[in-house]
Design a protein around this ligand. Structure first.
Ligand code: ADP
Ligand code: ADP
Length: 224
């Protein structure tokens, strides 16, 4: 049984549909890259799979359970306990220190501050951004922010990770680090990773590539 399954999703925000028949199945331990032109519906598909956006039509199941018929509070509990998010923009809370940002998902799940911050410190160290702990997101570089965001996405040991352009420019060691981390989450923890990217070098890390065009998905190739 697939961990995540979306069937024939439709979603409109205005006259032109953002999704017009998108389907996707992701197994535990699998890293799937979602590619396609700007405005084709990639982010909308990701947000539907992650229980952030409700499709107008179509069905989504996670571990065989329907997301489309779940209540808002069931969805938010599921996001908090089973999912990890790594988004390019607006991912870190500007008023919190980087340490507090990484600890936040654990705090929201009821972990006590001291234990949550100890785990967060370990993650910052693992990603070689321990020196950002006391800083606010506005005081660190873009690359450091991506690593802090990755720590925050993975600290709860999520069963599914949703990433939207998680590496920005894959010029650096930084992009490689983030991709290795996501690959490890899939390989070692058996998480399903769904990753939206423009960058073919990022997609090269994936087990499978999906192309979205005009709100429709096409299974392109098995790369590995
Ligand atoms: P992609 O991620 O491939 O760039 P998106 O899923 O972001 O595409 O967008 C698909 C279409 O839906 C675009 O035309 C976009 O403007 C529109 N859209 C996406 N989200 C919203 C929203 N929250 N409100 C209005 N329009 C949206
Ligand atoms: P990265 O590849 O991590 O984005 P940069 O080359 O942008 O790194 O920056 C190198 C160093 O300069 C960073 O480690 C950081 O300490 C500092 N730095 C970069 N941008 C900023 C910024 N906007 N605010 C504060 N420090 C910054």
């Amino acid at each position: 049984e697939p961990l995540l399954h979306a069937q024939d999703l439709h979603k409109s925000f205005g006259p032109t549909p953002a999704l017009a028949g998108a389907s996707l199945t992701v197994a535990a331990g699998e890293l799937v890259a979602v590619m396609g032109p700007s405005g084709s519906g990639k982010s909308t598909l990701l947000h539907c799979l992650a229980g952030i956006t409700r499709p107008d039509q179509g069905a989504i199941t996670y571990q065989g359970r329907s997301l489309t018929t779940s209540t808002d509070s069931e969805l938010s509990a599921l996001r908090r306990t089973h999912f990890g998010f790594l988004f390019q923009f607006g991912q870190l809370v500007p008023e919190l220190s980087c340490l507090e940002n990484v600890a936040l998902p654990l705090r929201l799940n009821g972990t006590r501050r001291k234990a949550a911050e100890a785990r967060a410190a370990e993650w910052l160290e693992r990603l070689e951004v321990a020196d950002t702990a006391a800083k606010r997101p506005g005081e660190i570089s873009g690359g450091q922010g991506q690593r802090v965001g990755a720590a925050r996405a993975l600290i709860t040991g999520p069963r599914a990770v949703f990433a939207d352009e998680p590496t920005g420019a894959l010029d650096s060691l930084n992009g490689e680090r983030v991709m290795k981390l996501l690959t490890r989450a899939a390989r070692e923890s058996g998480a399903a990773v769904v990753l939206v990217t423009h960058d073919v070098r990022v997609a090269a890390y994936a087990d499978r590539e999906i192309v979205v065009r005009d709100g429709r998905t096409r299974d392109l190739a098995t790369t590995r």
